[in-house]
Design a protein. Structure first.
Lengths: 279, 279
């Protein structure tokens, strides 16, 4: 009996210890990635980098102003497309769809969020870039939106589901139609969760590179409108990191730094938004 | 107390609501209710007394709540909820295919077991929500008057008049429940259904709700579900005793004046329940 208890106690300690070690490994890796990028990037980032356009190959100096603006435009375009579509899909999954339809759609959304981003890029190339005969910011926005939609849809669904049935029934019992109760009661109740999902989607697509290779392409001529090719931070990091020139490699580090800070910032906003969750 | 004349003056758009042509006579005929294939309420017929309090009592799981949810067509929102038979409101079957359940719920309000104020809304907005979200009419100054009238009617005005912009969730449980009653009154129903409104409240808050019910019964027809026999004896004019029959479905055993049910019941099962021999 005593023997048996001792063994259980030691198994318990072992498992707790192992999970602690695993957590430590994960944390260390994250700290290394962040630390390495931040330390390297910080030493190369400066006002010129933020405010100047890039120089031609081989020339020293220049910055990523156009790519920063390009990333903001691409993320903006993707959001404009993905937020309404994702939110409506989330509503369908949580509220309006019949259980069978909803579970089918949920499966599709989960598969879609697991599709490799390069496949999304090639797909968008085929259905948008080819017919329009041009790489463009527009097609880049669509590619990023395709990645963003399932993220928003699923987080919005979870957030909407957290609004208790009693709230829905209370609204119905007042003689409010379902659609009006969704707009007036359920979405406000789920708002922090929905916004959190949108921010998570933004954080995810801000750093995507592969879908932009075949769509936004990158541009040496600055921002020329949404139906022309456009530069983006991750694209430029990709190009410059492979460059043989020291100056461009350093700029790639600075770009990586900027991207990490951007994603961290968005994550912090998410934490701040969801601090006082109602449900 | 606000008298009927004041109310008519406050809402000139709807002069006849509640007080003359529509008296809110509710008649249940051969009503059965299912959850999927499970029969929950078996063939209940009863005529609800107008401008009085009718209590539905019985042991847990006897179909009391299901029955009351059939009276304003809330049951059909439950999982696979299904109803047969009829419920006539002023002679019109509310289950007639041409009848919009939303319109029925505007005339038959409901308050639930757990207080359900909308946590994203202020106290004022909670009371106004039924009007705003149904767009019955919404002139701002009128809205303020109706909110005050409803809160006074629900005996809550004095406690909240200085903090109407505070969240409805900031109130105590008893106040929240009276807020829900005020919210139901604001859309001017003729009938108010209360589904165990005091089971989450302390004795003092319970007493307040009971006093309030007696006052409201002057103007409204009230149906209350309770598993508290003392409460039924204290507040109701009529009492219906329900029990599970041999098919495990809730059935109406006896329906009579409360004084008679509690002093001289006709059915042996009622007597056994009243005297505490089971349940």
């Amino acid at each position: 009996m005593a023997n048996f208890l001792t063994r259980r106690r030691w198994t318990n300690r072992l498992m707790i210890g192992l999970s602690g070690v695993a957590a430590l490994i994960g944390m260390t890796l994250l700290a290394l990635i962040l630390g390495y990028t931040l330390v390297h990037g910080l030493s190369y980032i400066n006002v010129d980098f933020l405010t100047n356009a890039s120089k031609s190959v081989g020339e020293v100096g220049g910055g990523m102003r156009n790519e920063i603006i390009g990333t903001l435009i691409l993320v903006g375009l993707a959001s404009v497309i993905a937020i309404p579509v994702g939110l409506m899909t989330g509503l369908f999954l949580a509220d309006f769809g019949s259980p069978n339809m909803a579970s089918a759609f949920r499966f599709v959304a989960d598969v879609l969020s697991g599709v490799p981003s390069i496949v999304v890029g090639v797909f968008t190339f085929a259905i948008v870039v080819k017919p329009m005969h041009s790489f463009s910011a527009f097609s880049g926005g669509i590619a990023l939106a395709i990645i963003m939609i399932p993220i928003i849809a699923r987080t919005a669904e979870e957030a909407l589901r957290l609004v208790p049935v009693s709230q829905r029934e209370a609204a119905l019992a007042l003689g409010i139609t379902r659609w009006r109760s969704v707009l007036g009661v359920i979405i406000p109740g789920a708002l922090t969760g929905i916004v959190t999902g949108i921010m998570l989607g933004v954080a995810r697509i801000a750093g995507e590179t592969a879908p932009l290779l075949f769509t936004a392409l990158g541009s040496n001529f600055g921002v020329q409108g949404i139906f022309k090719p456009i530069g983006a931070l991750p694209l430029q990091i990709y190009h410059f990191a492979l460059s043989p020139f020291k100056d461009q490699q350093q700029q790639a580090w600075a770009g990586a730094f900027l991207l990490v800070v951007l994603v961290l910032l968005v994550s912090l906003i998410v934490r701040w938004l969801s601090r006082g969750k109602k449900y | 107390m606000v008298v009927a004349d004041d109310i008519r003056k406050l809402s000139p758009d709807k002069p006849n609501m509640s007080y003359s042509a529509q008296i809110g006579a509710l008649e249940v005929e051969n009503l059965s209710a299912w959850y999927g294939k499970t029969l929950a309420v078996n063939n209940v017929s009863m005529r609800i007394k107008t401008k009085a309090i009718t209590a539905i009592i019985g042991p847990s799981g006897c179909g009391k709540s299901t029955l009351i949810r059939c009276l304003n067509r809330m049951h059909e929102n439950s999982n696979n909820g299904r109803v047969s038979g009829s419920v006539k409101l002023d002679g019109t079957d509310i289950y007639d295919p041409s009848i919009d359940p939303v319109a029925i719920r505007r005339r038959i309000g409901m308050v639930f077991q757990k207080p359900t104020p909308f946590p994203t809304m202020s106290i004022f907005d909670n009371v106004a929500s039924g009007i705003r979200l149904t767009r019955l009419w919404s002139r701002r100054n009128q809205l303020a008057e109706v909110v005050e009238k409803s809160l006074r009617h629900a005996a809550l005005w004095d406690e909240v008049k200085d903090k109407l912009d505070r969240s409805g969730a900031s109130l105590s449980g008893g106040q929240q429940q009276r807020l829900c009653i005020a919210r139901a009154l604001a859309v001017e129903p003729e009938i108010i259904l209360l589904d165990e409104p005091c089971s989450a409240l302390d004795p003092i808050a319970t007493l307040k709700i009971e006093d309030l019910m007696k006052i409201l019964a002057v103007d409204y027809t009230i149906v209350i579900v309770t598993h508290n026999m003392q409460q039924a004896a204290r507040v109701s004019d009529m009492a219906a005793f329900m029990m599970i029959d041999d098919k495990c479905a809730g059935t109406l055993v006896e329906y009579d004046e409360t004084s008679r049910i509690f002093t001289n019941p006709r059915d042996k099962r009622t007597e056994d329940y009243i005297t505490g021999r089971f349940g």
